[in-house]
Design a protein around this ligand. Structure first.
Ligand SMILES: O=C(O)CCC(=O)C(=O)O
Length: 273
């Protein structure tokens, strides 16, 4: 049900599964050749961004990978393997917002990727090492993308040992991609001190005043969660070059115009000064 080989779209069953449970696993989306390129670009950009604090396993490293010095990553938001699926899930006007790379260390606690259910979309996540339930695979609580904002639930989940929360672990091999709704509760347990993980993220286009406001706020949250927490060399999420859309991509131009109109780019530190 939740498996697929190289794809340019989800089947009806997979769509239904995602809508109901909030995730789908896409098996073998990347070829060996893709993975070789991904690893090269990953290593290059991590070294570039963290020359001032080389990785020692004590703190996660994170960096966006959206510019021409990592061309394969830069192409992923427009790659039909992701964009077609994102459009199926959230509509043709879905907004591509980011591609990043991470070196995770140890467990990741239970959380959602949005500050409110009014802000939602899909994260495609792929690990560059095999991960299983007790070695860092993404754990999800199926169906929780449908839960409202609920402090009691937050406190309950976070009051217990991470691994005792009832959840599904999405084991994966390099090349597999896990897609999940940003409102879904997720975590990971038992991962190595240097887990290489990358993401491609799309936001649903806001449909009303509260969704517009939620997306504006998310811009600020993204600066805090990214640039401020991890302190990479580049002190912004989007370069001037990216926003100039050098390849005249119609998809990217639509995203940029809409994100500007919404005020998402107004958050200080989001776009290169
Ligand atoms: O891989 C992990 O440890 C967690 C990933 C995660 O929480 C995320 O991508 O939001």
């Amino acid at each position: 049900m939740n498996q697929i080989a190289n794809t340019t779209g989800l089947t009806e069953n997979q769509l239904e599964f995602y809508k109901t449970f909030g995730y789908v696993v896409l098996r073998g989306l990347f070829s060996e050749t893709d993975l070789e390129t991904i690893r090269k670009e990953f290593d290059y950009m991590m070294a570039e961004q963290y020359a001032h604090t080389p990785y020692n396993g004590s703190k996660r490293h994170w960096t966006p990978l959206m510019d021409e010095d990592t061309p394969f990553f830069a192409s992923l938001m427009e790659d039909p393997r992701f964009l077609t699926v994102a459009k199926q899930l959230y509509g043709d006007d879905v907004l591509g917002v980011g591609t990043d790379a991470n070196r995770y260390t140890g467990n990741t606690g239970w959380h959602r990727d949005t500050h409110t259910v009014d802000q939602y979309g899909v994260k495609f996540a792929f690990y560059l090492q095999p991960v299983t339930a007790n070695t860092g695979a993404l754990r999800v609580i199926p169906g929780t993308h449908r839960l409202p904002d609920d402090d009691d639930f937050v406190n309950g989940v976070r009051s217990m040992p991470l691994e005792s929360v009832p959840a599904t672990a999405l084991a994966s091999e390099p090349g597999d991609v896990v897609a999940f709704d940003l409102r879904m509760w997720h975590a990971s347990y038992g991962g190595s001190e240097d887990r290489h993980m990358c993401t491609v993220v799309y936001y649903a286009n806001p449909k009303n005043a509260s969704e517009l406001e939620a997306l504006r706020k998310q811009g600020e949250g993204n600066v805090n969660a990214g640039v401020k927490s991890f302190n990479p060399r580049r002190q912004y999420l989007y370069s001037k070059k990216w926003v100039s859309n050098p390849h005249r991509s119609p998809d990217r131009q639509y995203w940029i115009d809409r994100l500007k109109e919404i005020g998402y780019f107004d958050a200080p530190g989001l776009v290169e000064a």
